[in-house]
Every structure is written in C-alpha cells, then in structure tokens.
Design a protein around this ligand. Structure first.
Ligand code: COA
Length: 415
C-alpha cells in the first residue's frame, strides 16, 4: 500500500528530542528521512541515559525510527559539498540547532535558495524573534516560558512542569504540520519557504485556555471552576488549579481502593451536568438530586470540595478498574490513573500499533510508542532506528559518489 508522503525526501539535521519527533512522524507517513549526524559521535542522545553499555539508548531509538543515518562533518569543505548535494536532491531540511548554527555552517537561506528554490527549511528554536531569540532551550525551559509551569501545580505550591513533553514533542508536532502545509502550498507556487516553530509559542498554543482564563480573571476577578473559589483569593494572574477540570465540567482526582500502598490507585472523576442524577445514585446520595444546594451546576460550584470528598468515600471502596466499570454503565466520564507499567501491557494499544515491540541488532527487543495518528490509506510500520552512519555509503552512492570517492572521504574523516 502507498504512503501519504511517499517520494518526499527529508534532510534531517535534527538532534535531541524536538526535531527528531517531527522527522519520525514524517518517516511514519512514508517520507525518506536521511538523518545527518556528526562524524564520530552522532546525535548526543545515542549516548545519553543508556541502560545497556555501548548500545544506542532508548532515548535515541524511540525518537528515530524509520530513518536512515549518515555521518558527515559539515564544517569541512568536502563535507559541505556533500551537504550541498543533499540540499539539491531533498524536499525539506529540518533542523533544531542552537540559533545561528546553520548560518555559521554557511548554510544560509540564500545559499539554500540558490541550490534548490523548492526546498522547505523547517526549524525548531526555543524562542521566536525578540529578546530571547539567541537562547538555547530545553523542554522544561519552554514549559516555563510558555505558561504551562505557572498554571500547573497546587495553589499553595511552586510551579510544576508536566511529564508530557509538550515543549519538545509538542513543538515537533507543530513543526510537522507546518512542513506538510508548506509541501502542499509548494504544489501551486513551486517555491519552498521557511517554517519556524518556536518552543515557547508551541507550549503557549497548548496553554490557550489559560490565556482565555487570564482575560476572564481580569474582567470578573474570579473563576468559579477554580479551587480558589469560593473560599480562597485570586491574584492578578491565572493561578495553579491543582487537578480541577479546565472546562465547564468540574472534575477531580480521587483515591481508590489500595491508595495507601499504590501511588496510582486513583481515578479522575467528572461530575458532568448531564449525569448528575446518576452520580448521586451511584454514591447513595439520591437526596442531592433535588436539593437546591446541589441540583444545578452553578449551585454545585459552591460545594465542590464536600461533593468530591463524598464521592471519594465511594471510590475508596472500589479499585480504579471496578469504579470505571460501574461508572461507565451510567456514562459518567472518568479515567483510571494508569502507570507506564499498566500502559505498556495494554492489549488495545498493542493491537492498534500505538505500543510496538521492535527488534534492534545491538539492543534486542524493546518497546516503543508507535504512530498515534492512524490513516486508513497510509498504514505505519515501525522499523528500528539506524545505527550511526549505517547508510552513509548507500546515500552517498545514490548522490553519485563512487566507492573510491566514499573511501577517500572516510580516510579524511569527512564521513
Ligand atoms: N558536522 C559538524 N558540526 C556539526 C554537525 C555536523 N554534522 N552537526 C552539528 N554541528 C555543530 C553545530 O554547527 C554547532 O556548532 P557551532 O556552535 O560552532 O555553531 C555545534 O555542533 C553544536 O550545535 P548546537 O545546536 O549548539 O548543540 P548544543 O548541544 O550546544 O545545544 C540545544 C543543544 C538543544 C540546546 C540547541 O541545539 C538548541 O537550543 N536548539 C533549539 C531548541 C531545541 O530544539 N531544543 C530542544 C532540544 S530537545
């Protein structure tokens, strides 16, 4: 079966997490992704957080599936020539170097345009133009600068970063969309363009609802779905909301049976307005259905703490899975707090290819997260990440280099 991005060639100049997540997605959609790595060491993540000595780390393997790898010293004149040949024959160059690094290599936008006016140049940077544009940025810096940390955590605690890599993987996703849109536009204009996804902006985009709340707060001085209401005080910026549900349907994380010893024996429980009578029946508080202190969503917002405390008395008598089974019979929206161990063993996620077992020549079998986007005409087969420089000879020969050219480049440490 064909693939959505078949025929698209990507010069993948990415490293660490944000860029590699983007190019991995493009590879899963069928693009030929050629990862260019520094001769000798390669992407730094190959050696980071290693669990097996001398073997590519899971950090690397889980972000670089379905790619080819070549090593190239792009700072040597002959290395730059190879890079120029790649620029001429690829459709997209993706990079996430520190600001200015590509220009310092001599790979300016003008140079690329001269070689290949159809090329799309896509970049992740920490910040867009402005006072921080020259800064190097990692995941948690972006979470802090994009508004996620100041709005995450409990009201009486410090800012908190989330385990979801919204700064790195989140920005990679944004960039992938920009690239696909630019490829589509090129069909009519014939021209490439520059695509930029700053990590601060991508995190802010994911925190859009908190910017909504900032303006609500400034207008009204309060927000009824926040735990600060009705007893606490609001300041002049959006506060941390703990585990309160962000939308109009109040929710909370509640203890389940076994919480004393199992750190994940919890359930997320949403008291959706439509199922309020069912919630009352399940927890044995039928009297609340018509009690005017509880009967309407607005009235309930004044009593969320005692309401969730009462529901928790019920959830603590059930395991999270028993509670799920019962609540689902009544269409009450809820979700178990799943550990990574539980998710890794989930049969449905295995069935759909979202969790995949991959074989690797030096590591052996390992689990990875496959393509979360499912397309009926472009199925994803997850293949292992490349060894460092595994495809150098193959790619150079496709570019027209002979075996003796390749040997000479290798002897000079260019590849
Ligand atoms: N051949 C020769 N030199 C190479 C090369 C190659 N194949 N690949 C990279 N290099 C060089 C670069 O040109 C750069 O040289 P320079 O400093 O002389 O210009 C150097 O390697 C280091 O690159 P840099 O990007 O600065 O790496 P770093 O390890 O110092 O910084 C980041 C890492 C992630 C902080 C930085 O790349 C960054 O801020 N990127 C943008 C934001 C981002 O993506 N962050 C999230 C990462 S998950």
């Amino acid at each position: 079966m064909s693939k959505a991005l078949e025929g698209v060639r990507i010069l993948d100049f990415t490293h660490v997490q944000s860029g590699p997540t983007c190019t991995q997605l493009l590879a899963w959609f069928g693009a030929d992704v050629i990862k260019v790595e520094r001769a000798g060491e390669g992407d730094a993540t190959r050696g980071q957080l290693r669990d097996i000595p001398g073997v590519d780390s899971l950090y690397f393997t889980m972000l670089n599936h379905n790619k080819r790898s070549i090593t190239l010293d792009t700072k040597k004149p002959r290395g730059k020539k190879v890079l120029d040949s790649l620029i001429k024959t690829c459709d997209v160059l993706v990079e996430n170097f520190a600001p200015g690094a590509l220009d310092r290599m001599g790979i300016t936008w003008a140079h690329i345009q001269e070689l290949n006016p159809r090329m799309i140049v896509a970049s992740v940077k920490g910040f867009g133009p402005g006072k921080y544009e020259h800064c190097k940025v990692y995941e948690n810096v972006a979470q802090c600068a994009g508004g996620a940390a100041s709005t995450t955590g409990f009201e009486d605690g410090p800012p908190v970063v989330t385990g979801a890599q919204i700064g790195d993987s989140g920005t990679g996703l944004h960039l992938a969309l920009g690239i696909v849109a630019a490829l589509y536009q090129r069909n009519s204009t014939g021209r490439g363009q520059q695509v930029l996804a700053p990590m601060q902006d991508a995190v802010l985009n994911l925190c859009r609802v908190k910017m909504r709340d900032q303006q609500r707060l400034e207008r009204t001085g309060t927000m009824h779905e926040y735990p600060q209401y009705p007893d606490g005080k609001f300041g002049d910026a959006v506060p941390r909301a703990g585990n309160a549900s962000g939308g109009g349907q109040p929710g909370s994380i509640l203890k389940c049976k076994g919480w004393e010893t199992d750190p994940n024996a919890y359930i997320y429980f949403i008291t959706q307005g439509a199922v309020w009578p069912a919630v009352c029946k399940v927890i044995g508080e039928e009297g609340w259905i018509d009690d005017e202190a509880y009967a309407t969503p607005a009235a309930r917002l004044l009593h969320l703490k005692p309401i969730f405390a009462r529901i928790e008395q019920w959830t603590m008598t059930k395991t999270k899975f028993e509670a799920m089974d019962i609540l689902n019979q009544y269409d009450i929206p809820c979700g178990p707090i799943l550990s990574m161990k539980e998710i890794a063993a989930d049969p449905s996620l295995r069935e759909t290819g979202t969790i995949v077992e991959v074989d690797h020549p030096t590591r052996g079998k390992y689990l990875t997260v496959g393509n979360p986007i499912k397309m009926s005409d472009s199925p994803t087969e997850v293949t292992r990440s490349p060894l460092l420089g595994e495809h150098t000879d193959e790619v150079l020969m496709q570019l027209g280099y002979t075996a003796s050219d390749v040997a000479a480049l290798r002897a000079d440490g260019v590849i």
